[in-house]
Design a protein around this ligand. Structure first.
Ligand SMILES: [Zn+2]
Length: 342
């Protein structure tokens, strides 16, 4: 089945407060067969194109903003992804990506309504609601989203760490292993070469890991003394090697800025560790608040030996965590009380 590329899906702007047409037919979407769903998406895209042609009040400059984001991986949404999603989720991604959700600022532009944020006295763009509201920050809305993404990342890193630590130190060579079980007269099977261990973790078996979730992370004193609390620290005492990583869930066009800021924050700590004989690597990671995963995050995962299917699954999972949490923050934009989900 033909893939719907990111540009096909998110490049279409939905105007006004009408919203994604699929939202109204949510129960229908749930029951629809594959071909019916395909028809519905095509229909929706057509409808949006029409709306675009007839609307005059909305700035088209917004459309295609995402093509100028830097440091982010191209994102593919194919039919398979769409089938699994709720119509309201699809609607949110498309409209959030193009910044055409009915934020107070957009409603002001479209209908002259009050542009003020419901939580603080600032004009509320989508960017403000999702990443810049001081009240939201104080209430812990952004920390909650950050931790939702971090939990998924940490789970992947933890299972990688465990897998590496439980491997025999040297992969058994083909001379000593499977051929010993071949009976006489039996044909020797073509042993596939032992899968090479990839990733920088494969050099040791005593990896430890701390995550700044649940309980406050205290940086391992054997490496350096600091009050800084990175999100994840992975280290091997035998190798004297440490990975310091810090996750940010920024507005997509601020990804590079976030990267530089975090890199700078940990430079001194890395230098301290190096002075004590440790090899220290600082990995700032970003996952955009609308689900676009930064190249920096993928670099870390690959360096730690996460590839192929596992890498794709991880990207999808963290992207979904960011996007769903942002959708929740969006839905709660008018509630002065913050109640998060799990
Ligand atoms: Zn605000």
């Amino acid at each position: 089945m033909a893939a719907l590329r990111h540009s096909d899906i998110v490049g279409h702007v939905q105007l006004g407060r009408g919203g994604f047409g699929l939202t109204a037919s949510k129960p229908m979407w749930r029951k629809a067969s594959t071909s019916e769903r395909r028809k519905m998406v095509v229909e929706e895209v057509r409808r949006q194109e029409e709306a675009q042609r007839t609307a005059k009040a909305v700035s088209l400059a917004k459309q295609g903003q995402w093509t100028r984001w830097e440091g982010l991986e191209k994102r593919k949404l194919d039919w398979r992804d769409l089938w699994g999603m709720e119509a309201s989720n699809i609607s949110f991604i498309i409209r959030a990506t193009n910044d055409v959700l009915p934020s107070p600022k957009n409603l002001h532009q479209w209908y002259g309504e009050d542009p003020t944020c419901a939580l603080c006295p600032t004009p509320a763009t989508l960017k403000h609601i999702l990443t810049g509201c001081k009240t939201s920050l104080t209430q812990g809305r952004y920390t909650w989203r950050h931790n939702q993404v971090l939990k998924r990342l940490a789970a992947v890193l933890e299972s990688k760490r465990n897998a590496i630590n439980s491997l025999p130190f040297k992969a058994i060579t083909s001379i000593t292993a499977p051929s010993a079980f071949i009976r006489e007269g039996q044909k020797k099977p073509n042993n596939p070469p032992a899968k090479p261990e990839v990733g920088q973790l494969s050099m040791a078996r005593d990896w430890k890991m701390l995550v700044d979730i649940g309980q406050r992370l205290i940086f391992p004193a054997e490496i350096a003394a600091t009050t800084l609390r990175p999100d994840v620290v992975i280290w091997s005492p035998s190798l004297k090697s440490v990975y310091i990583t810090e996750l940010t869930v920024p507005w997509e066009s601020s990804v590079e800025e976030a990267y530089e800021r975090k890199k700078l924050r940990y430079t001194e700590l890395a230098a301290d560790a190096q002075q004590r004989g440790w090899k220290a690597k600082v990995y700032p990671m970003e996952v955009g608040c609308r689900g676009f995963v930064a190249s920096s995050t993928i670099r870390l995962l690959k360096d730690l030996g996460i590839h192929g299917q596992a890498l794709r699954q991880t990207i999808r999972s963290i992207s979904e965590a960011a996007e769903r949490s942002s959708q929740w923050i969006w839905m709660k934009r008018k509630d002065s009380c913050w109640a998060h989900r799990s």
